[in-house]
Design a protein around this ligand. Structure first.
Ligand code: ADP
Ligand code: ADP
Length: 228
């Protein structure tokens, strides 16, 4: 599904952020990138949707080189969730979730159905939450909306960069549980960045352990626990 072939990134100031990444992420897999701050996780993630251009090597999505995709059609199919909640403050929750489906010209009735379905999936009663503004939600609730907004138009791939790290422990645990439930329902390819090993072991199908811009180990949680 997503294949890294000898990928390196050097920033203009000479910082070598990642070096010779070479691995494949399978379709439908929940793939966790983990490692200390500065090891290259965010750089790795952002090269997939070309928020960062790589310096050497190639990345393929469904056998097509990302550099050959038109940037809009590439990002069209990739949901993106960040640590900082970035809901549009002047829009209601429903309008926030509807933005990408509207761009894709989905029918109004389909969009409305989708909004209710997604809110329900993360335990937010649509009747109560659809018409609220983001500042009328708690941090954890806003982050839930951020996650489902990335899913709204049914992208094949979802990139998540420490989506829960700004949350209190309880909200964080609830969102992890939500994501586990979603993972079973939606069968998306998810690449998830974290520096929390418990989060990685709980959520990942496979965990990619990074250090100083290189891959140290890629294994299932069971293998990581047995052979750390
Ligand atoms: P993380 O939470 O992934 O550790 P950082 O705090 O390291 O994030 O970086 C946040 C953002 O700042 C990154 O997305 C990166 O693009 C940018 N950044 C990080 N280090 C540098 C740097 N040395 N020079 C310029 N920008 C940087
Ligand atoms: P992580 O997400 O694991 O914290 P990053 O991918 O953000 O790591 O950063 C990897 C390395 O690249 C770090 O040393 C960081 O300082 C550096 N870096 C990130 N963004 C930039 C940038 N825009 N310019 C220069 N160096 C950067």
């Amino acid at each position: 599904m997503i294949r890294f072939e000898h990928v390196s990134k050097e920033y203009p100031d000479g910082t070598k952020a990642v070096d010779d990444l070479h691995f494949t992420i399978n379709k439908g897999e929940f793939f966790v990138l983990i490692g200390p701050s500065g090891c290259g996780k965010t750089t790795t993630l952002k090269m997939i949707n070309r928020l960062i251009e790589l310096s050497q090597g190639n990345i393929y999505i469904q056998e097509k080189n990302v550099s050959e995709y038109d940037i809009h059609s590439l990002r069209w199919n990739i949901g993106y969730v960040l640590q900082q909640i970035a809901l549009f403050p002047h829009m209601t929750i429903a309008e926030n979730i509807a933005t990408v489906p509207e761009l894709k010209k989905w029918r109004k009735s389909d969009i409305n159905k989708r909004i209710d379905e997604l809110l329900t999936m993360v335990g937010l009663d649509p009747k109560k939450f659809r018409e609220r503004k983001p500042d009328e939600l708690s941090g954890g609730q806003q982050q839930r909306v951020g996650v489902i907004r990335a899913l709204a138009a049914d992208p094949d791939i979802i990139l998540m960069d420490e989506p829960f790290s700004a949350l209190d422990p309880i909200s964080r645990q609830q969102l992890q549980d939500d994501l586990l439930t979603m993972k079973k329902q939606i069968h998306k390819t998810i690449i998830f960045v974290t520096h929390d090993i418990h989060e990685a072991l709980k959520l990942g199908d496979r965990i990619c352990l990074m250090k100083d811009g290189t891959v140290v180990q890629i294994d299932t949680p069971e293998q990581i626990i047995n052979h750390p």
